[in-house]
Write a protein that binds this ligand. Structure first.
Ligand code: 4AD
Ligand code: MG
Length: 469
């Protein structure tokens, strides 16, 4: 077949393709549908560059190879050379009158699972290798890309440096969740010490190692040198939580800033979230409109609402008072000192304030060792950002910069000094006030797509009992 430069469907439908009208172009992609009669076929072709298909018109009489046309069924991959023309049909601007078609790969209609009818999201999870070819997952994965790009752009434009923190870690000090062990030991023949314990000195790194639950501790080391850094990488939690908001492998964005106090930290979190949502509203309208039409009729309105309203800021103590005074009956009873459950967070956001909320100053017992202690001696300078439909989307804090206080806390919590000696040294040498937070990437993806299950906003979800694909 004649070698023309491939045009992306996006460029034909959204770019300025006017100069190509009446000329020969090439498109390649996957057949979504084929309809027509014995004289003319209409192929809806999609190459994933955009939610819309381009229509390819095939005049059967023009085609010598009628056998080939039989294989152009839903799911087949083809390359088309033909003339780009203004469409006479409704609903599309340009179409291609095919002159030559090459079949790259057929898709047996008896076997190809993505036939025209709408499939359930549950079924599509079982075919995660093919679901990117649906409109829904095409839209979600393009949005995921745009969101990742906007995150890097925001930080780059604000003078933050992207710091790569390790995936394999020798410290489990963070305490954010159960960890996945990393080992090359022969599990059928585990070396033992004299006391009968596993002898990790024989392991690959000569010590116990795990997959990281957070890049924060290393991120702090970066901030105490480069001032403003962020991480953006996969994190792992081995909790057996089978919910619509938890993954065993998820992506987290963790900015860490020297010289920021908790207020600066909140301001950054709010500005950052609003920027990201605005970026998607401006750059991905077609995909958002599709998801709104299919899954969540208030999606775009909700996104606009968040970008144009100030987040409500209040303390944990004030939140507890509101929850205790409410008439709502909660599954988990509320009193000062308890960790807030999703039902409490969503009550505050969806029923009481009806907008995003930032809660601060949590009891020290329910938060991590590194958070800065308040003057009351009971609460720490923590902040959680709570979103409608999601609950907690960000967790962060001002960090304890005093060596003595941090050291005391480590002893109190039974953390081994040998695991965090390097972290403690930053408080010994040139310590500085600093703050940071972690944004769950897939939690934000849930919010911006309107999807209800976190398994549907990451290409290949990892959850308990599930690591297929
Ligand atoms: O609140 P978390 O545990 O905070 C940290 O890990 C801190 N080290 C962050 C920091 O201060 N640098 O987690 C941060 C966010 C949560 O608010 C939530 O959005 C998300 O990560 N998250 C999860 N997302 C999906 N699946 C899970 N299992 C998650 N656990 C936390
Ligand atoms: Mg948290």
């Amino acid at each position: 077949m004649e070698g023309l430069k491939r045009q992306r469907v996006f460029d034909l439908l959204k770019g300025n393709a006017n100069h190509m009208i009446e000329q020969e172009v090439n498109v390649k992609g996957w057949v979504r549908t084929r309809r027509g009669n014995k004289n003319v076929h209409f192929i809806a072709l999609n190459d994933g560059s955009i939610i819309h298909n381009i229509q390819v018109v095939v005049e059967v009489a023009d085609f010598k190879n009628e056998e080939l046309l039989k294989h152009i069924t839903t799911g087949a991959c083809i390359s088309v050379n033909g003339k780009l023309v203004e469409s006479k049909g409704q609903g599309q601007s340009l179409e291609i009158i095919a002159r030559e078609i090459e079949l790259y790969g057929g898709a047996d209609p008896e076997k190809y699972p993505l036939q025209k009818k709408g499939h359930t999201l549950e079924f599509l999870r079982e075919i995660a290798h093919l679901r990117p070819r649906t409109n829904t997952f095409g839209a979600i994965f393009r949005l995921r890309h745009a969101l990742a790009f906007a995150i890097h752009k925001y930080f780059n434009d604000h003078g933050f440096f992207y710091l790569h923190t390790p995936i394999i870690t020798g410290s489990d000090a963070e305490g954010a969740g159960a960890m996945f062990r990393v080992t090359t030991l022969d599990l059928d023949n585990i070396p033992r010490t004299e006391e009968g314990k596993v002898d990790f000195s024989e392991d690959f790194f000569g010590k116990e190692t795990n997959l990281t639950v957070s890049g924060q501790l290393e991120g702090e080391l970066g901030a105490l040198a480069l001032s403003n850094i962020y991480t953006f990488g996969p994190t792992f939690r081995a909790e057996n939580s089978n919910t619509t908001r938890h993954l065993a492998e998820f992506w987290m964005i963790e900015p860490e800033m020297a010289f920021y106090d908790i207020k600066d930290n909140m301001d950054l979190a709010e500005d950052f979230l609003k920027y990201l949502i605005r970026y998607l509203l401006e750059n991905c309208p077609d995909d958002l409109e599709f998801l709104q039409k299919m899954y969540d009729s208030e999606l775009i309105e909700r996104l606009r609402f968040v970008t144009s309203n100030t987040f409500e800021r209040l303390s944990y103590t004030e939140a507890i008072e509101i929850l205790m005074a409410s008439k709502q009956s909660f599954e988990f009873p509320v009193s000062w000192g308890v960790d807030l459950q999703a039902e409490h967070e969503r009550y505050l956001v969806e029923k009481h304030f009806r907008k995003p909320v930032i809660l601060t100053d949590y009891p020290k017992e329910i938060k991590a060792f590194y958070m800065k202690l308040n003057e009351d001696g009971k609460t720490v300078r923590a902040m959680d950002v709570l979103f409608p439909k999601i609950g907690e989307i960000i967790g962060g804090s001002q960090r304890e910069e005093s060596y003595d206080k941090l050291f005391g806390k480590i002893k109190e919590m039974g953390i081994h000094e040998k695991d965090v000696w390097w972290y403690l040294e930053t408080r010994k040498f040139g310590s500085a006030p600093h703050s940071g937070f972690g944004l769950g990437f897939e939690r934000l993806m849930l919010f911006v797509t309107g999807m209800g299950n976190i398994r549907d906003v990451i290409p290949f979800p990892r959850t308990p009992q599930n690591a297929e694909f």
